[in-house]
Design a protein around this ligand. Structure first.
Ligand code: NDP
Length: 511
């Protein structure tokens, strides 16, 4: 790592009695210090218990063998709570509870009644937004302004949206009758714990299915609070079951013989294992896996706007985003100017306490993920890419990583090929639109892409030729519950969100 050059030279002296600010907030040669006062969100609104059990059949219970594991605060490395570590017997109990609820209560309710519960959940989520946001930031490391303004509102929006479909299934698929699949097994990752839960549970319930969901082991708390919210909403017991435990418990869940539908979001490696594990079992399957998105900037793009889109594309949620714009493809004629603007902008990014409302980049979710990012960044340097990191003090404890920008990247480098899942951007240049398309599609993934240009016709031409499930034009990372999301190639298959997301939870029969 000795080869890494960091811009540690502030452009004005530090005022007496104050420590050096994270950044001067201005480009090189400008001397206005730019510091934000601390603005910490209070933790008081959240009660984190010492222990949490499994949430099965509307009841909380310990694991059948009493085993637990610990969830940490990645910003401080402090233990937060002991979580029940489910056994295979617990998986079986949860699937049975879900089956019973599906056949005896939930599956028999008319759509308009199911809708009432979903509306109630949406409203309760909105009422408890601050509580969920603070809890999510503490457990995952994401900045409070993102959990407060993106994760929780979007999670609620998914429940509002799918509540609207619950009594309209007869009109959703013209000429066909939509029937629930039965019991859904859902395994979700740690980058958007509550939001991924909402993406999966809302359409499943709207269509009349019941669910058993396993959150990631580093971020179980928001799913467990959600289980409490389901009780507050008087959801019939067994409709939503939350089991916690390691990957092998996720595998036991998805391969359970009485599961009808499997939905997974996470790494391509695990997605592949799940597809192999359930092959031949006749289960419906959707996989939302990794990505290595190209964010393509043409020479006629509004550059300042593009810089904001690039920053949002890769540094949002510490870059721990499957659709992150992790490859910047920039037209050669504007590359120097764009990189200079980007470096100026990076100097203003604030890294630190996730609960501070001014924080832009919070903590990396786990030690393992921090190690992976560190290893890939070192590989980038070793392979010959040029590294830039803005000057910023990182907290002494916790899993933090500086926003990182690589230039001089060849397509063969690991940082251009592998999903880093961290705040690391790799820049590649191109000369013609044809070359941009070829380079953008030169990846085993196909989840998302961004295009920045003034020309509508070029956007349409590019969109047609990009092998990516979502293509944003002159913006990035925009999500809406009405809009389907999903990938091509090793980014998985099936869609979540919108009518497509509902279809993944129904069996269509002829009228
Ligand atoms: P995983 O794919 O391992 O984890 C995602 C979820 O799957 C977690 O709930 C995990 O449980 C569970 N799981 C793990 N192994 C199995 C298994 N064999 N069968 C069933 N479920 C399983 O992601 P990681 O946390 O290991 O992250 C590794 C890399 O994956 C990241 O660096 C990133 O590149 C990518 N990733 C991509 C995501 C995306 O949204 N596309 C999300 C997360 C990661 P547990 O937490 O208990 O291990």
């Amino acid at each position: 790592m000795a080869a890494m050059a960091t811009d540690t030279k502030p452009s004005a002296p530090v005022p007496a009695g104050r420590s050096a600010p994270n950044s001067w907030g201005m480009g090189d040669g400008q001397a206005i210090p730019w510091e934000y006062a601390p603005a910490p969100e209070s933790r008081e609104i959240v009660t984190i218990r010492e222990r949490y059990g499994l949430m099965i059949g509307g009841r909380e219970m310990p694991a059948s063998d009493g085993a637990t594991f610990t969830t940490l605060n990645p910003a401080t490395e402090e233990p937060l709570a002991e979580i029940a570590r489910a056994t295979e017997a617990d998986v079986d109990t949860a699937v049975r509870a879900a089956r019973q609820a599906q056949s005896k209560s939930w599956g028999k309710l008319p759509g308009r009644e199911r809708a009432k519960y979903l509306f109630r959940i949406a409203r309760l989520l909105q009422e408890r937004t601050r509580e969920f946001a603070v809890l999510e930031s503490i457990d995952s490391g994401k900045p409070i302004k993102e959990s407060r303004d993106v994760d929780v509102p979007l999670a609620a929006a998914h429940f509002w949206y799918y509540a609207g479909w619950a009594d309209k299934l007869d009109y959703a698929f013209p000429g066909r009758v939509a029937k629930p699949l039965g019991v859904a097994a859902q395994v979700i990752p740690w980058n958007f714990p509550l939001l991924m839960l909402a993406w999966k549970i809302a359409p499943a319930l709207a269509a009349g299915n019941t669910v058993v969901l396993k959150p990631a082991s580093t971020t179980p708390l928001s799913a467990l609070l959600f289980a409490e919210l389901c009780r507050e909403a008087d959801l019939p017991p067994g409709v939503v079951n939350i089991i916690t435990g390691p990957g092998e418990i996720g595998m036991a869940l998805v391969t359970h013989p009485d599961v009808d539908k499997v939905a997974f979001t996470g790494s391509t490696a695990v997605g592949r294992r799940i597809a192999q594990g359930i092959a031949g079992q006749g289960k419906a399957l959707t996989l939302e896996l990794g990505g290595k998105a190209a964010n393509i900037v043409f020479d006629d793009a509004p550059l300042d706007q593009a810089v904001e889109g690039i920053v949002n594309g890769i540094y949002f949620n510490q870059g721990e985003v499957c659709c992150a714009g992790s490859r910047l493809l920039v037209q050669e004629s504007i590359a120097d100017l764009l990189i200079a603007k980007l470096k100026d902008r990076l100097a203003t990014i604030r890294v630190g306490d996730p609960l501070d409302k001014n924080t832009d980049v919070g903590a990396i979710n786990s030690r393992a993920q921090l190690d992976k990012i560190t290893e890939l960044v070192a590989a980038g340097v070793a392979e010959g890419a040029e590294l830039y990191q803005p000057a910023c003090d990182l907290p002494e404890r916790g899993y933090f990583f500086r926003p990182t920008l690589f230039t001089n990247v060849a397509q063969s480098y690991r940082i251009a090929r592998e999903e880093i899942f961290g705040p690391v951007l790799s820049t590649i240049t191109f000369r013609t639109p044809e070359e941009a398309i070829e380079k953008a599609n030169n990846t085993p993934y196909g989840l998302s892409a961004g295009i920045w240009t003034d020309k509508g016709s070029r956007i349409l031409m590019m969109v047609k030729r990009m092998r990516a499930g979502v293509v944003w034009a002159n913006t990035f990372n925009k999500f809406d519950p009405t809009s389907p999301f999903g990938g091509y190639k090793e980014s998985g298959y099936g869609r979540e969100g919108g009518l497509h997301g509902l279809q993944a939870y129904v069996r269509l029969e002829d009228r």
